[in-house]
Design a protein around this ligand. Structure first.
Ligand SMILES: [Zn+2]
Length: 343
């Protein structure tokens, strides 16, 4: 089901933005635009080129999807596909990435069901009620999970492709919605992005701060503040289970630098870089072996789910060194963007 905006609410509509901005929006939230290499010609300065080269070095062959972030360093990003086209892509089938982590997402944007000993923590809520019903509830059933067992809904950031189905799910199942204070405030005072296809933002509910621990049954999810992509993006640390083993996982809560020509864009990219550096330290200390995104365009979750074969190494287990490289790609693309915007 599609929703119209609430009367009187000041929102940015997709049709009200320039083609370039629309391209950035699509790039920012979608990033399923393939593995396009970063153009050397687009580099505006030696510093931009140096950071993009460092990103490519860190990416190697296996992490090229993350290089899409570097497109923001280009002077004139190409217009990306429309939101309608992104949302119309056939969804991947729901599947287990780990014994306790099920993918219940769309092609463009992901949602994850984290199974605990007492119900499910839902990580992000897709674009709208229709997707929440079809992909999250339907996907959970196909994975043998009762949607009525959703106990908490954690939303990584206040953009509609992640909160769109949250209010409807809360209404159905009574589960609280958890978001950072900064993004609750942004959602209340003026959405920075909106399109009619997204569900309305949920009413303020639970605030989670940096360092908070979300507990459910035998499971804990720790909150790491990584602002930049939105004012209050959070990333999530938890254990992914595989038989007798557990692997520490980090779900990166906000991906691209889609804030474009906002007045506070330099501050936003600086906080993104600081958050990425801190996440690298935390990931090293916590021995994080799995880096997930909420867009398959980055972590290639849809492809990894297809490749996953019981009895073989799980493609989601990247190893600590690869996780560090991926975070370096993110950091260097952000530094390139900062340099390009400062040039
Ligand atoms: Zn976003």
């Amino acid at each position: 089901m599609l929703f119209g905006p609430r009367p009187g609410r000041q929102v940015r509509r997709a049709e009200a933005v320039s083609p370039t901005r629309r391209g950035l929006l699509a790039l920012g939230c979608a990033c399923c635009l393939g593995l396009a290499p970063i153009s050397q010609a687009a580099a505006q300065s030696p510093e931009v080129a140096r950071h993009l080269a460092a990103a490519r070095d860190a990416a190697g062959e296996d992490l090229r999807a993350w290089l899409a972030l570097g497109k923001a360093a280009m002077p004139s990003p190409e217009a990306g596909p429309s939101i309608e086209a992104l949302m119309a892509q056939p969804p991947p089938p729901p599947a287990w990435a780990f014994d306790n982590l099920g993918f219940v997402g769309a092609k463009w944007v992901s949602a994850w069901a984290l199974k605990t000993s007492d119900g499910v923590i839902l990580l992000d809520a897709l674009n709208n009620e229709d997707e929440a019903e079809r992909l999250i509830e339907g996907g959970m059933r196909r994975l043998g999970l009762d949607p009525g067992a959703i106990r908490q809904i954690v939303v990584t950031h206040g953009h509609g492709d992640h909160y769109g189905g949250a209010a409807w799910l809360k209404q159905r199942h009574g589960a609280p919605i958890l978001l950072s204070e900064a993004d609750w405030r942004m959602m209340e005072t003026g959405l920075e992005f909106d399109v009619p296809q997204w569900g309305r933002p949920p009413a303020r509910d639970v605030v989670v701060a940096d360092g908070a621990t979300i507990r459910q049954g035998d499971t804990t999810v720790r909150v790491l503040s990584t602002p930049g992509h939105s004012p209050g993006t959070i990333s999530l640390l938890f254990d992914a289970k595989a038989g007798p083993r557990t692997h520490r996982a980090l779900l990166w809560g906000g991906t691209s630098f889609n804030f474009g020509r906002r007045p506070e864009r330099m501050q936003r990219i600086a906080s993104y870089i600081a958050g990425t550096r801190r996440a690298k330290q935390v990931a090293a200390r916590e021995k994080v072996e799995v880096l997930l995104s909420n867009h398959s365009g980055f972590d290639e979750a849809d492809q990894k789910l297809q490749r996953r074969v019981q009895g073989r190494p799980n493609p989601f287990v990247m190893g600590q060194e690869t996780v560090q490289r991926a975070l370096t790609v993110i950091e260097e693309c952000a530094l390139a963007t900062q340099a390009a915007w400062s040039a």
